[in-house]
Design a protein around this ligand. Structure first.
Ligand code: UFG
Length: 325
């Protein structure tokens, strides 16, 4: 099977590409390299540099490559940034995504695995969060992903586009080979920022809010290892009908717990300072992922925080400047 991977030079995309190749799939990576990195492109994959905003180009490319399925990772994914620049999120995550699926329909490519997010739920009415919860995003990032899910539903009904929406919780860790890891040009994510302090590249980590409605006052998230996410994508390829799944471990850890575990893993004191809460941040997001386990046969290997942080730390220690671009 030949898989076309948008955003295949990004953090989650690059590791899925590596796992797809290891599992015997043929892969074409399509990436603009605006957020992705040249060195994150698997040498075993074909690479096409392009932007989904270029409608003619994606139509021509899809007609030429004619893959068996598409995995769509290309997107902007910063909650905080989406609260100040919503247009960037609606254009790329929604409008450019529509260019992709129109190109798929035109080329008769009928299967899509979509990188969605638990941010589509907003502040959950209950935790752990299963797929029956209403989707009420509280930031433009989550809204843009939800709108794309809604468009996909119509494309299935009208064009027969089978799609699997994978709603990830917080992706973390690095690839099994140690080659690919998390490097964003502007780093806003918690775990890499905590590890940058341990590497001596930042003085301290800011804790965004210590008065949330959680036991220690800091936000709780469900950190899911990137290798487990990749496994779910590969299982999703086997589905014959459209569906949607939450992907998380079912265990929540607070920002303070992340800092504490990182201190243990790195042996560095990692100074941390409480700062005001970040706009658009729900206090507590923890997955109920039984549906993915039952229907996809998915079982996360990493269900504790320490091995996840160890995996991220090994990559950051070996690549202190990320991909160096
Ligand atoms: N945080 C800090 N200090 C930092 C960075 C983050 O306290 O320096 C806090 C945040 O406020 C949040 C938690 O750590 O409470 C996790 O923040 P991240 O930025 O690492 O991740 P988010 O939860 O904001 O968002 C991530 C992805 C989204 C995805 C979401 C799902 O960026 O794409 O997880 O929960 F949708």
């Amino acid at each position: 099977m030949h898989i076309f991977v948008t955003g295949g030079a990004g953090y989650i995309g690059s590791i899925c590409v590596e796992e797809l190749l290891n599992a015997g799939y043929q892969v074409t990576v399509f990436d603009s390299l605006v957020e992705g990195h040249k060195l994150a492109i698997e040498p075993r994959a074909n690479f096409i540099q392009g932007d989904l905003g270029d409608r003619d180009f994606i139509f021509k490319t899809m007609a030429k490559v004619k893959p068996d399925a598409v995995m769509h990772f290309a997107a902007f994914a910063l909650v905080g940034e989406s609260m100040t620049n919503p247009s960037k999120y609606f254009i790329n995550n929604l409008a450019n995504g529509i260019n992709l699926i129109d190109a798929m329909v035109a080329a008769d490519v009928k299967k899509l695995v979509f990188s969605s997010t638990c941010a589509t739920y907003g502040i959950p009415e209950k935790v752990p969060m299963d797929e029956r919860l209403p989707q009420k995003p509280i930031n433009p990032y989550g809204q843009s992903k939800l709108m794309f899910e809604q468009v996909l539903k119509w494309y299935d009904q009208i064009h027969g586009l089978v799609h699997v929406n994978l709603r990830y919780f917080n992706a973390a860790g690095a690839s099994a080979s140690g080659k690919y890891g998390e490097d964003h040009r502007i780093e806003t994510h918690l775990i890499p920022n905590v590890l940058k302090v341990a590497l001596g590249q930042k003085e301290q980590v800011d804790i965004f809010g210590d008065k949330h409605a959680t036991p220690d006052g800091t936000c709780i998230r469900d950190y899911i290892h990137i290798i487990d996410l990749a496994a779910a994508h590969i299982l999703a390829l086997k589905r014959e009908t459209s569906s949607y799944y939450n992907l998380g471990t079912g265990e929540g850890y607070s920002v303070q717990q992340v800092v504490d575990v990182a201190r243990k893993v790195t042996g560095h004191p990692i100074p941390a300072v409480a700062k005001p809460a970040r706009a658009g941040d729900p206090p507590r997001l923890v997955a109920g992922a039984h549906k993915a386990q039952k229907e996809l046969g998915w079982k996360p290997q990493f269900n504790r925080l320490q091995p996840i942080i160890e995996s991220a730390w090994n990559w950051h220690k070996a690549h202190p400047n990320g991909y160096g671009d």
